[in-house]
Design a protein. Structure first.
Length: 277
């Protein structure tokens, strides 16, 4: 690394990629992953895992091989949404793990697929959790993946830092909700991505409104949205407004997220497709 480097890539004018790659770890030698997309949020409870699952499903429907790496180690919900509960298997060498396949063929790796019971708590300290995320990258054979979506825990702690530093993240999607409080939280996530020199694909507002089944009016349960203001202030693209949908919630609860309507993510999927070109 250059002596002039101040460890902050967001204001660096040096022509080098050392900072971005010095901590990266290699994927399994049998893996072939084209694009890695992180799904992040500054706080919990905004539906980040739902957006992760919906994004992977949308790309799978378009004919691209998708995968989900569940990096939310202490609160993994991805297997439940996809209705997968079988234990992870080893390859023929018994050295590496194989992801579990969903009904539509999406590759999934989550700590819940390694635990005897999905309700067993994970009482680990940060470094151990971060190490597990790395192992999901190095010790899992991800064959022929066009888009890997990483469901990260909320905040700017150990796991997001590990993912940003250790994995070749091509971009992140920030998940928000309508409350005014979220403006500050989103800005924190944006600034972390800038410091880590990670491209921001855009922002998705989840739980944006509830559409009345009788009259079709949009009911704003969480008050007026501030997403347009947030996107302008941070110079990031608004990708979608996702409504509160009882049917989608029921499908996720029953392990059928792949049956959810993904048309509302058309703007996002078009951007992702262009990333391959």
């Amino acid at each position: 690394m250059s002596e002039k480097c101040d460890n902050n890539c967001s204001n660096c004018d040096l022509e080098c990629n050392e900072r971005k790659t010095e901590f990266q770890v290699a994927a399994n030698e049998k893996s072939k992953i084209k694009k890695v997309i992180g799904i992040v949020s500054g706080k919990g409870g905004v539906g980040k895992s739902f957006i992760t699952s919906l994004s992977a499903t949308a790309m799978q429907k378009k004919g691209y091989a998708s995968a989900v790496l569940d990096a939310d180690i202490t609160g993994p919900s991805i297997p439940k949404m996809f209705g997968v509960n079988e234990m992870v298997k080893l390859d023929e060498t018994e050295k590496f793990m194989l992801p579990v396949l969903s009904k539509s063929g999406i590759k999934i790796m989550s700590l819940n697929l390694l635990m005897p019971s999905s309700t067993d708590p994970v009482v680990w300290r940060g470094p151990v959790i971060a190490g597990a995320v790395k192992q999901f990258w190095t010790d899992v054979i991800w064959q022929d993946v066009d888009y890997m979506f990483i469901d990260m825990p909320p905040g700017t702690g150990d796991v997001p830092l590990t993912v940003f530093q250790s994995l070749p993240v091509d971009g992140i999607i920030i998940v928000s909700s309508p409350q005014q409080l979220v403006s500050m939280i989103v800005t924190k996530a944006v600034k972390m991505a800038q410091v880590m020199n990670i491209p921001i694909i855009g922002i998705v507002e989840n739980m944006s409104y509830l559409q009345c089944p009788e009259c079709g009016n949009k009911i704003k349960l969480f008050g007026e949205s501030h997403i347009d203001e947030i996107s302008r202030e941070n110079n990031i693209e608004l990708l979608a407004r996702i409504p509160l949908d009882p049917e989608s919630a029921m499908l996720c609860d029953n392990g059928k997220v792949e049956e959810c309507n993904t048309d509302i993510l058309e703007n996002l999927t078009n951007i992702l497709v262009n990333m391959q070109n």
